[in-house]
Design a protein around this ligand. Sequence first.
Ligand code: FES
Ligand code: FES
Length: 168
Amino acid sequence: MHTELKVNGTTHRLDHDPRLTLLDALRDHLELTGSKKGCDHGQCGACTVLVNGRRVNACLSLVAMHDGDQVTTIEGLGNPENLSDLQAAFVKKDGYQCGYCTPGQIMSATGMMEEAKAGAPSHVSPDLAGEVSLDDAEIAERMSGNLCRCSAYPFIREAIAMAAEVKK
Ligand code: FES
Ligand code: FES
């Protein structure tokens, strides 16, 4: 079957098996290996990408579900010469050790900051309809789908808080 995807601004027409996941399409067909395969079961968040601006576990999504969708991967966020605010904050705050979870963390945080800006409450938000302030508890809750086996969590949260301040 055929599916058309716009990935990081470039349109790709894939001829693929109907069972192909979005993660395998990105990594194996388009050679965008920044998105990582950690668990392949929707449990670790290493494969997080943005689909039409919303964060998605690419390992749990079939590429056939995304005809015409816009996908952003870590490669589309910035590059070494021009880092996104979050990428720069992860470098500055040392928000990684082995780095395996880092692309997923940064993609998830990118989507999460937009959700917070739009006023979407989380489980720990004191007010369901109020403005969201990204304090440490909010960041921890909203990033709880992204696991880090190196336990770099304190620095990851600091990096996200730093980028959230820049974006205010
Ligand atoms: S690889 Fe997708 S959630 Fe772990
Ligand atoms: S930095 Fe190693 S898994 Fe997170």
